[in-house]
Design a binder for this molecule. Structure first.
Ligand SMILES: Nc1ncnc2c1ncn2[C@@H]1O[C@H](COP(=O)(O)OP(=O)(O)OP(=O)(O)O)[C@@H](O)[C@H]1O
Ligand SMILES: [Mg+2]
Length: 373
């Protein structure tokens, strides 16, 4: 775990970080993002003590790092930077071995480990072990940088815009590989980036900084849906959520309190309720709020049903969705089943209703010019 407590940093009289407080949990992937010069690299370098705070305390695994041996500290923290930081006069093998060797001189399995990490980042060891950095492309060098950070099996990995110099395709590939890698090894990762799409894709939580302060620290979903202030809103972009529509959940768009009735109600009364609220169906529930079915105006108005109770006339077989279903799935249902009124039900309880008009309202936000970024 990494913890910043009231951390300040000034270079001479320039305040770069002010009262920074945040925690990165074990196994968590956190992205630091913000405009150039906002202090991301400074914050990152404080974790491995390349920069010392002017004030405040940083804890790694519960220990105040200012009281720790910095060489020891760094051996347990992998570090990847944009320019790879590979030593040009060393081969790939020598570059990767460097830190593990410092940790354990006589590791008989070292070569295997080096091969393992190379395989992990998608480089064939037979081809690349003895190559020098200049003999490789930028993307390949960056892969070696990542392999090197993982090779010493640190708990924590710090990455400072590791993929920003790469072309979009290579960058995407490396992001995917890093995610796969992270799924299997679960390191604690702090990753600096300029790129919001990258942060949304990679991070469990995103820390948005500006002016030396944290503006918001939350999951990508929360940041997209509930930006803490105007800075975050503008930085993220109002329509960014449409790049990740799977983050929009039924709960976000549904009508919270659809009009309901009990199954013992007479159809004429149900019809009256519909008339008064200008709807053409009612959700039928029991006293505990369990969803029972839908009564449609056409059925309630049928002459033969006039004296029947709703429970006998309602449609019982209904397609429902859970509140956590994404809008993408909801739209697929509307398309496949050609139906636009979908009750939202969790554990049998009616939570809300999605209608054609909620969908249209939601989707139109994507195209609303007045909301342009
Ligand atoms: N050693 C230093 N001496 C003086 N000022 C510094 C030093 N290092 C950083 N700064 C200043 O601190 C501020 C924050 O720098 P930092 O490198 O942390 O920004 P950043 O958010 O990583 O920016 P970028 O996105 O451009 O990498 C900048 O204004 C920078 O000029
Ligand atoms: Mg930086």
């Amino acid at each position: 775990m990494i913890e910043f407590q009231n951390v300040y940093k000034s270079f001479k009289d320039k305040h770069v970080l002010e009262d920074i407080n945040f925690t990165v949990n074990d196994g968590e992937f956190v992205c630091l993002i913000g405009p150039s010069g906002c202090g991301k690299t400074t914050a990152l370098k404080m974790i491995n003590r390349l920069i010392k705070p002017s004030q405040g305390t940083i804890y790694v695994n519960g220990k105040d790092i200012s009281e720790e041996n910095e060489i020891e500290l760094r051996r347990n923290i992998g570090y990847v930077i944009q320019q790879t930081g590979l030593f040009p006069h060393m081969t790939v093998k020598e570059n990767i071995e460097l830190i593990p060797k410092l940790k354990n001189k006589n590791d008989k399995h070292l070569l295997e480990k080096v091969k393992d990490v190379l395989n992990m980042v998608g480089l064939d060891p037979d081809e690349y072990l003895d190559k020098y950095p200049v003999q490789m492309s930028g993307g390949q060098q960056q892969r070696v940088g990542v392999a090197r950070a993982f090779a010493s099996e640190p708990d924590i990995i710090l990455m400072d815009e590791p993929f920003s110099a790469l072309d979009p395709i290579t960058r995407n590939q490396l992001q995917d590989e890093l995610l796969t890698l992270q799924n299997s090894v679960q390191k604690t990762i702090v990753f600096v980036t300029h790129d919001m799409a990258e942060a949304i894709k990679l991070a469990d939580r995103i820390c948005i900084m500006s002016g030396g302060k944290i503006q918001q620290y939350d999951t990508p979903e929360q940041i997209l849906k509930h930006p803490a202030n105007d800075f975050v809103l503008n930085f993220v972009g109002k329509k960014r959520i449409w790049d990740s529509p799977e983050l929009i959940k039924a709960a976000d768009i549904m009508i919270d309190r659809p009009i309901t009735c009990y199954d013992r109600l007479k159809c004429v009364k149900a019809l009256n309720m519909m008339f008064n609220s200008s709807v053409d169906s009612l959700m039928v529930i029991d006293r505990q709020g369990h969803f029972k079915g839908v009564i449609h105006a056409a059925d309630a108005a049928d002459e033969k049903n006039k004296d029947e109770i709703v429970g006998h006339v309602m449609q019982k077989e209904c397609i429902t969705v859970s509140s956590q279903e994404s809008i993408v799935d909801v739209l697929n249902i509307t398309k496949e089943k050609n139906m636009y009124t979908i009750p939202v039900v969790d554990d049998g309880i009616l939570k809300g209703l999605i209608t054609k008009s909620t969908l249209v309202t939601t989707l139109s936000k994507k195209y609303d010019e007045s909301e342009g970024e």
